[in-house]
Design a protein around this ligand. Sequence first.
Ligand code: AVJ
Length: 319
Amino acid sequence: MRDISLHDLSLSQTSSLREVLRGLGSPQKELPCKLFYDEVGSQLFEQITTLDEYYPTRAEQRIMRLGGSEMAAEFGPECLLIEYGSGSSQKVRNLLDHLARPAGYVPIDISCELLEQSADLISKDYPGLRVMPVCGDYTADLTLPESLPRSRRKVAYYPGSTIGNFTPEDARRFLLRMAEVCGQGGGLLVGVDMKKDPLMLHRAYNDALGVTAAFNLNILARLNRELGADFAVDQFRHYAFYNPVFARVEMHLVSLSDQEVHVANARIHFDRGESIWTEASYKYNPQEFADLAGRAGWRVQRVWTDDRGLFSVQYLEVA
Ligand code: AVJ
């Protein structure tokens, strides 16, 4: 069963143009990482998840495969599952396989093409499940459909350690919003990447095949395609590193020359060596994440990790 029509959002129609110009106009230039996920970028990300160096996806998949039935038991029967950043909707299958009479599944994603395909596949594989895809930017004021099915519990599912893309303060605000959406008795299953050997982190964001570099650079190609910008993509270098002071991986695009770029009506100057900061990916140990979530009204009920302690999946309830 499939409800709801998808409204497409292209860059120029959204607040994103303003965000782009503000980001490129600030002293440390930056672009919001959600801009990675156009159709090309979403495909590149899917490729990243298959790379040898990119351990998070495999670690999380394994945790989900082994723990899915325990997680579903925590949710209880007749829950409504709301997935933030559902992408290809693969991980959620480990939950859907075990849920007792789920009230429905609401996948939310910014890539409408991918969302549409994935929702169709889920509907086909789980006949009888109500699937209500919502295409949009959940970091903005996205509203869920009003006619959500009645349920015993709303459970937000936020996999992939995407929560690490927020600063801790923004993550706290977002956790607070999810607590509001889920309400009293609500649940949250969240994937959180953990602190570890910085060399392992470095490799995960600097893969040998250069897929992560292509993913990062695609953001410039996208601005060229959708905003008529004129970035010389070969004049920028993918640069990613782990910053232990902030416990985050930073991804940048560094200008290889003094150059001018036009975006909409703006002219933007780059010095050689100047960077655009495109992504932060914060890493937490379990106690740090529990403290952060606690400040947003959530209490950690249970934590699953892989045998190497690389990644965690945590179940929380509104306190
Ligand atoms: C899926 C957003 C969590 O930060 O590791 C992968 C995205 N960036 N390689 C991450 C990403 C570079 C990924 N998230």
